[in-house]
Design a protein around this ligand. Structure first.
Ligand code: HEM
Length: 205
Protein backbone atom coordinates (compact mmCIF):
# COMPACT_ATOMS: atom_id res chain seq x y z
CA UNK A 1 0.00 0.00 0.00
CA UNK A 2 2.72 2.59 0.68
CA UNK A 3 3.59 2.57 -3.03
CA UNK A 4 0.03 3.42 -3.97
CA UNK A 5 0.03 6.19 -1.37
CA UNK A 6 3.17 7.80 -2.80
CA UNK A 7 1.89 7.30 -6.33
CA UNK A 8 -1.34 9.13 -5.49
CA UNK A 9 0.63 11.90 -3.88
CA UNK A 10 2.74 12.31 -7.03
CA UNK A 11 -0.32 11.96 -9.24
CA UNK A 12 -2.24 14.71 -7.42
CA UNK A 13 0.77 16.94 -7.21
CA UNK A 14 1.47 16.60 -10.92
CA UNK A 15 -2.10 17.06 -12.11
CA UNK A 16 -2.57 20.22 -10.06
CA UNK A 17 0.33 21.82 -11.87
CA UNK A 18 -0.44 21.08 -15.49
CA UNK A 19 -1.74 24.20 -17.27
CA UNK A 20 -5.03 23.54 -19.05
CA UNK A 21 -5.59 20.17 -17.40
CA UNK A 22 -9.17 20.45 -16.14
CA UNK A 23 -10.04 16.88 -15.16
CA UNK A 24 -13.09 16.87 -12.88
CA UNK A 25 -14.24 20.29 -14.11
CA UNK A 26 -15.51 19.44 -17.59
CA UNK A 27 -19.14 19.80 -18.73
CA UNK A 28 -21.35 16.70 -18.78
CA UNK A 29 -20.66 14.47 -21.78
CA UNK A 30 -23.50 13.89 -24.26
CA UNK A 31 -22.47 10.22 -24.14
CA UNK A 32 -24.08 8.46 -21.16
CA UNK A 33 -22.59 5.89 -18.81
CA UNK A 34 -25.07 3.40 -20.32
CA UNK A 35 -23.68 4.15 -23.80
CA UNK A 36 -20.17 3.74 -22.42
CA UNK A 37 -21.07 0.35 -20.94
CA UNK A 38 -22.28 -0.87 -24.33
CA UNK A 39 -19.14 0.46 -26.02
CA UNK A 40 -17.01 -1.35 -23.42
CA UNK A 41 -18.89 -4.56 -24.21
CA UNK A 42 -18.34 -3.97 -27.91
CA UNK A 43 -14.56 -3.67 -27.56
CA UNK A 44 -14.54 -6.65 -25.11
CA UNK A 45 -13.37 -4.44 -22.25
CA UNK A 46 -13.86 -6.22 -18.92
CA UNK A 47 -12.70 -6.24 -15.30
CA UNK A 48 -9.47 -8.02 -16.17
CA UNK A 49 -8.63 -5.13 -18.51
CA UNK A 50 -9.05 -2.70 -15.62
CA UNK A 51 -6.52 -4.75 -13.63
CA UNK A 52 -4.15 -5.01 -16.58
CA UNK A 53 -4.36 -1.27 -17.17
CA UNK A 54 -3.49 -0.63 -13.51
CA UNK A 55 -0.39 -2.76 -14.01
CA UNK A 56 0.39 -0.97 -17.28
CA UNK A 57 0.15 2.33 -15.39
CA UNK A 58 2.76 1.15 -12.90
CA UNK A 59 5.01 -0.04 -15.73
CA UNK A 60 4.67 3.16 -17.78
CA UNK A 61 4.66 5.78 -14.98
CA UNK A 62 8.41 6.46 -15.09
CA UNK A 63 8.66 6.03 -18.87
CA UNK A 64 6.24 8.76 -19.99
CA UNK A 65 9.02 11.10 -21.15
CA UNK A 66 10.57 8.40 -23.33
CA UNK A 67 7.16 7.49 -24.76
CA UNK A 68 6.44 11.13 -25.53
CA UNK A 69 9.85 11.55 -27.17
CA UNK A 70 8.91 8.70 -29.49
CA UNK A 71 5.41 10.01 -30.27
CA UNK A 72 6.59 13.58 -30.69
CA UNK A 73 9.37 12.33 -32.97
CA UNK A 74 6.70 10.69 -35.09
CA UNK A 75 4.56 13.84 -35.23
CA UNK A 76 7.59 16.11 -35.75
CA UNK A 77 8.87 13.90 -38.56
CA UNK A 78 5.62 14.16 -40.52
CA UNK A 79 4.75 17.57 -41.91
CA UNK A 80 1.11 16.58 -42.40
CA UNK A 81 0.87 15.91 -38.61
CA UNK A 82 3.01 18.72 -37.20
CA UNK A 83 0.80 20.92 -39.40
CA UNK A 84 -1.81 20.85 -36.60
CA UNK A 85 0.58 22.68 -34.28
CA UNK A 86 1.38 25.40 -36.82
CA UNK A 87 0.32 28.93 -37.69
CA UNK A 88 1.26 30.22 -41.16
CA UNK A 89 3.37 27.09 -41.58
CA UNK A 90 5.47 27.69 -38.44
CA UNK A 91 5.28 25.13 -35.61
CA UNK A 92 4.45 26.72 -32.26
CA UNK A 93 6.94 25.18 -29.82
CA UNK A 94 5.14 26.53 -26.74
CA UNK A 95 1.92 24.89 -27.93
CA UNK A 96 3.72 21.57 -28.56
CA UNK A 97 5.26 21.78 -25.08
CA UNK A 98 1.99 22.63 -23.31
CA UNK A 99 0.11 19.76 -24.97
CA UNK A 100 2.97 17.38 -24.18
CA UNK A 101 2.47 17.86 -20.43
CA UNK A 102 -1.22 16.99 -20.66
CA UNK A 103 -0.40 14.08 -22.95
CA UNK A 104 1.89 12.64 -20.27
CA UNK A 105 -0.90 12.92 -17.73
CA UNK A 106 -3.29 11.24 -20.20
CA UNK A 107 -1.10 8.12 -20.26
CA UNK A 108 -1.54 7.81 -16.49
CA UNK A 109 -5.24 8.69 -16.61
CA UNK A 110 -5.95 6.08 -19.28
CA UNK A 111 -4.42 3.41 -17.04
CA UNK A 112 -5.36 4.54 -13.54
CA UNK A 113 -8.59 6.52 -13.55
CA UNK A 114 -11.96 4.84 -13.07
CA UNK A 115 -14.01 5.18 -16.25
CA UNK A 116 -16.80 7.05 -14.46
CA UNK A 117 -18.77 10.25 -15.20
CA UNK A 118 -15.73 12.50 -14.63
CA UNK A 119 -13.68 10.39 -17.01
CA UNK A 120 -16.44 10.45 -19.62
CA UNK A 121 -16.79 14.23 -19.27
CA UNK A 122 -13.06 14.76 -19.77
CA UNK A 123 -13.11 12.56 -22.89
CA UNK A 124 -15.67 14.95 -24.34
CA UNK A 125 -13.51 17.93 -23.33
CA UNK A 126 -10.49 16.40 -25.11
CA UNK A 127 -12.74 15.65 -28.10
CA UNK A 128 -13.73 19.32 -28.31
CA UNK A 129 -10.08 20.34 -28.01
CA UNK A 130 -9.25 18.34 -31.14
CA UNK A 131 -12.36 19.67 -32.90
CA UNK A 132 -12.87 23.28 -34.08
CA UNK A 133 -15.18 23.86 -31.08
CA UNK A 134 -12.25 24.29 -28.68
CA UNK A 135 -8.95 23.69 -30.48
CA UNK A 136 -6.27 26.26 -29.52
CA UNK A 137 -8.40 27.83 -26.76
CA UNK A 138 -6.87 26.00 -23.80
CA UNK A 139 -3.37 27.28 -24.57
CA UNK A 140 -4.53 30.58 -26.07
CA UNK A 141 -2.67 29.96 -29.33
CA UNK A 142 -3.23 30.72 -32.99
CA UNK A 143 -2.94 27.50 -34.97
CA UNK A 144 -4.90 25.55 -37.57
CA UNK A 145 -8.50 25.29 -36.37
CA UNK A 146 -9.26 21.55 -36.37
CA UNK A 147 -7.57 18.16 -36.34
CA UNK A 148 -9.13 16.29 -39.20
CA UNK A 149 -11.24 13.33 -38.19
CA UNK A 150 -9.37 10.79 -40.31
CA UNK A 151 -6.15 11.27 -38.34
CA UNK A 152 -7.85 10.78 -34.97
CA UNK A 153 -8.79 7.27 -36.05
CA UNK A 154 -5.48 6.61 -37.83
CA UNK A 155 -3.57 7.48 -34.63
CA UNK A 156 -5.01 4.45 -32.82
CA UNK A 157 -2.43 2.24 -34.49
CA UNK A 158 0.81 4.11 -33.71
CA UNK A 159 -0.32 4.99 -30.16
CA UNK A 160 -0.99 1.29 -29.59
CA UNK A 161 1.80 -0.45 -31.50
CA UNK A 162 4.60 1.66 -30.03
CA UNK A 163 3.58 1.01 -26.40
CA UNK A 164 4.42 -2.70 -26.41
CA UNK A 165 8.16 -2.23 -26.08
CA UNK A 166 7.62 0.01 -23.03
CA UNK A 167 5.25 -2.52 -21.44
CA UNK A 168 7.91 -5.21 -21.84
CA UNK A 169 10.68 -3.22 -20.11
CA UNK A 170 9.98 -4.16 -16.49
CA UNK A 171 10.47 -7.93 -16.57
CA UNK A 172 6.85 -9.09 -16.83
CA UNK A 173 6.06 -12.41 -18.52
CA UNK A 174 5.11 -12.51 -22.21
CA UNK A 175 1.50 -13.29 -21.16
CA UNK A 176 1.36 -10.32 -18.81
CA UNK A 177 2.75 -8.02 -21.49
CA UNK A 178 0.17 -9.33 -24.00
CA UNK A 179 -2.64 -8.78 -21.48
CA UNK A 180 -1.50 -5.20 -20.74
CA UNK A 181 -1.13 -4.55 -24.46
CA UNK A 182 -4.65 -5.83 -25.23
CA UNK A 183 -6.12 -3.70 -22.41
CA UNK A 184 -4.21 -0.63 -23.69
CA UNK A 185 -5.46 -1.24 -27.25
CA UNK A 186 -9.07 -1.48 -26.04
CA UNK A 187 -8.69 1.65 -23.89
CA UNK A 188 -7.16 3.70 -26.73
CA UNK A 189 -9.90 2.52 -29.12
CA UNK A 190 -12.56 3.47 -26.58
CA UNK A 191 -11.16 6.94 -25.96
CA UNK A 192 -10.43 7.73 -29.61
CA UNK A 193 -13.94 6.78 -30.60
CA UNK A 194 -15.39 8.96 -27.82
CA UNK A 195 -13.29 11.82 -29.21
CA UNK A 196 -15.04 11.35 -32.58
CA UNK A 197 -18.40 12.48 -31.15
CA UNK A 198 -18.20 16.21 -32.06
CA UNK A 199 -17.33 15.32 -35.66
CA UNK A 200 -20.47 13.23 -36.17
CA UNK A 201 -23.83 14.66 -37.23
CA UNK A 202 -26.49 14.93 -34.52
CA UNK A 203 -28.13 11.56 -33.96
CA UNK A 204 -25.50 9.62 -35.91
CA UNK A 205 -22.82 8.98 -33.29
C1 HEM B 1 -5.62 8.27 -30.74
C2 HEM B 1 -5.42 9.53 -31.13
C3 HEM B 1 -4.89 10.64 -30.27
C4 HEM B 1 -4.54 10.67 -28.95
C5 HEM B 1 -4.53 9.51 -27.95
C6 HEM B 1 -4.21 12.04 -28.61
C7 HEM B 1 -3.87 12.52 -27.35
C8 HEM B 1 -3.96 13.85 -26.99
C9 HEM B 1 -4.00 14.38 -25.65
C10 HEM B 1 -3.92 13.52 -24.40
C11 HEM B 1 -4.12 15.72 -25.72
C12 HEM B 1 -4.21 16.72 -24.55
C13 HEM B 1 -5.59 16.63 -23.92
C14 HEM B 1 -5.82 17.68 -22.85
O1 HEM B 1 -5.89 18.86 -23.19
O2 HEM B 1 -5.89 17.29 -21.65
C15 HEM B 1 -4.14 16.07 -27.12
C16 HEM B 1 -4.24 17.33 -27.63
C17 HEM B 1 -3.88 17.63 -28.92
N1 HEM B 1 -3.62 16.71 -29.90
FE1 HEM B 1 -4.06 14.77 -29.83
N2 HEM B 1 -4.32 12.80 -29.74
C18 HEM B 1 -4.69 11.99 -30.77
C19 HEM B 1 -4.82 12.39 -32.08
C20 HEM B 1 -4.21 13.53 -32.56
C21 HEM B 1 -3.83 13.77 -33.94
C22 HEM B 1 -4.05 12.84 -35.12
C23 HEM B 1 -3.24 14.99 -33.96
C24 HEM B 1 -2.64 15.65 -35.15
C25 HEM B 1 -1.37 15.90 -35.22
C26 HEM B 1 -3.28 15.52 -32.62
C27 HEM B 1 -2.83 16.78 -32.21
C28 HEM B 1 -3.20 17.37 -31.02
C29 HEM B 1 -3.22 18.80 -30.75
C30 HEM B 1 -2.85 19.91 -31.73
C31 HEM B 1 -3.68 18.94 -29.44
C32 HEM B 1 -3.94 20.26 -28.72
C33 HEM B 1 -5.41 20.62 -28.92
C34 HEM B 1 -5.77 21.95 -28.23
O3 HEM B 1 -5.57 22.99 -28.88
O4 HEM B 1 -6.20 21.93 -27.08
N3 HEM B 1 -3.87 14.60 -31.79
N4 HEM B 1 -4.05 14.92 -27.86
Amino acid sequence: MPNLFFYNLKFNFMSNHIPGYTYGQAATSPVSIADLDLLKKTVLFGDEDVQNLRLAGEVLADQTDEILDLWYGFVGGNTHLVHYFTHNGQPNMDYLGAVRKRFGQWILDLCQRPYDQDWLNYQQEIALRHHSTKKNRTDGVEAVPIIHFRYLVAFIFPITFTIKGFLAKKGHSAEQVEAMYAAWFKAVTLTALLWCQPYIKEGEF
